[in-house]
Ligand binder design. Structure first.
Ligand code: PLP
Length: 396
């Protein structure tokens, strides 16, 4: 017999993936222009021109054996050095090349980090709503994901965090800009979080780690600033991905950065390498490692997302829907009139609108819209949103 947990995980796809696959079937049936797919956080803008130029240069001017060969398990040294220099130059002097581990995106970075930090039975906290795969990653590490409620604007509620901490708490994951709400946590709130974690660690004698999941760091609007957790808390890890900033989700490239001042840093980095080894996440794609090392801090044209956000928020609000204007990432978390997200999402589907029910994100009564889509699709989708609004606002 196959392993029961993995059979279950393989058979029951995430709600997001399920809806995306449904969209593919619907497109084949109805035609592309009749499906308004807001399901998946797959960037709609191409990688920046520099990406192609860097790849071309690598292919034409590198030793092909080295370019396509295995790197060190934790990533090529010059790449880790470039990442460390970038972090130190932009956020504060926190890491060396030996604190960096190159990964296949943030998913691998998170799984490795949680496995490196957690023992069987530990608890991993995350503010809700949260990226649903966190519960899978935590379970892989033998830990349990514990959601921590946020306030009415989906911002940090320090008292709720205090109440959620136990002597089993090992890690707090923060994800800002946030998927699915688009909230960006401010420095003051994060400082309060760090004070609480420090107090708790001191009273239990066991460090609670702060793990910052940052695939959306650069995707902010209106000059928003995303604080760097290493400036606020020593026992911190950043899980970064180039999937969204450079529009490279299919290339699977990101990294783990460990604060060199972290408690037991040497053993934790060894555990990161050990977890990477145990999970088979060694030697992230080598050509991509060399490419991103030359593109640190660059982004694809994110002005498209800013315009999409504005257009959708304005249109949805004028139709009577309740949305909080996102300050980062490329998602809107919209309240469902009637309060039943599953039913709302089903009705939307009938109109060709694919909206992810928020229950899987640990928050009932909302749907998530990924607006990393073409502006043309947004325009075509508006009559369907209007029909949906008419159905609910007229009391059915
Ligand atoms: N964390 C969050 C909050 C995400 O939204 C995603 C992907 O959408 C990931 C992690 C995984 O990203 P990656 O493609 O880098 O594995």
């Amino acid at each position: 017999m196959a392993n029961k947990r993995y059979v279950q995980l393989g058979k029951v796809r995430s709600v997001i993936r399920e809806l995306f696959e449904y969209g593919n079937r619907l497109r084949a049936e109805r035609g592309d222009d009749k499906v308004y797919d807001f399901s998946l956080g797959n960037p709609s803008v191409p990688p920046p021109e520099e990406f192609n130029a860097v790849l071309k240069d690598l292919i034409e001017n590198s030793d092909p054996v080295a370019l396509h060969g295995y790197t060190s398990a934790q990533g090529a040294l010059p790449v880790r050095k470039a990442v460390a220099d970038y972090i130190n130059g932009n956020f504060g002097d926190h890491v060396t090349a030996d604190d960096i581990y190159m990964t296949c995106g943030a998913a691998a970075a998170l799984t490795i980090s949680l496995c490196a930090l957690c023992e069987e039975g530990d608890e991993v906290l995350s503010f809700s709503p949260y990226f649903p795969e966190y519960s899978v990653f935590a379970a892989t590490a033998g830990a349990k994901l514990v959601p921590v409620p946020t306030d009415e604007n989906f911002d940090i509620d320090a008292e709720a965090l205090r109440a959620a901490l136990t002597n089993k708490t090992r890690v707090l994951i923060v994800n800002s800009p946030n998927n699915p709400t688009g909230v960006v946590y401010g420095e003051e709130k994060l400082r309060a979080v760090c004070d609480i974690l420090r107090q708790h660690s001191a009273s239990t004698g066991s460090t609670v780690w702060l793990l910052s999941d940052e695939p959306y760091r650069e995707l902010v609007f209106g000059g928003e600033r995303v604080p760097y957790v290493m400036n606020l808390y020593k026992s911190s890890i950043v899980c970064y991905s180039f999937s969204k900033s450079l529009s490279l989700p299919g290339e699977r490239i990101g990294y783990i950065a460990l604060n060199r001042e972290a408690e037991g840093r040497e053993d934790v980095y060894a555990a990161v390498c050990g977890a990477g080894r145990a999970l088979g996440y060694v030697c992230a794609p080598s050509m991509l490692q060399y490419a991103v090392a030359k593109l640190l801090g660059k982004t694809s044209d994110i002005s498209v997302y800013a315009r999409n956000r504005q257009r959708l928020c304005t249109a949805l609000t004028s139709m009577g829907f309740k949305v909080i204007q996102p300050r980062g990432a490329f998602y809107i978390f919209m309240q469902c009139p009637g309060g039943d997200a599953e039913e709302f999402s089903q009705r939307a589907k009938q109109l060709g609108l694919l909206l992810v029910p928020g229950d899987g994100f640990g928050c009932r009564g909302y749907v998530r819209l990924a607006y990393c889509v073409s502006p043309g699709m947004i325009e075509r989708s508006l009559p369907a949103f209007s029909a949906l609004a008419a159905h609910y606002m007229s009391g059915k």
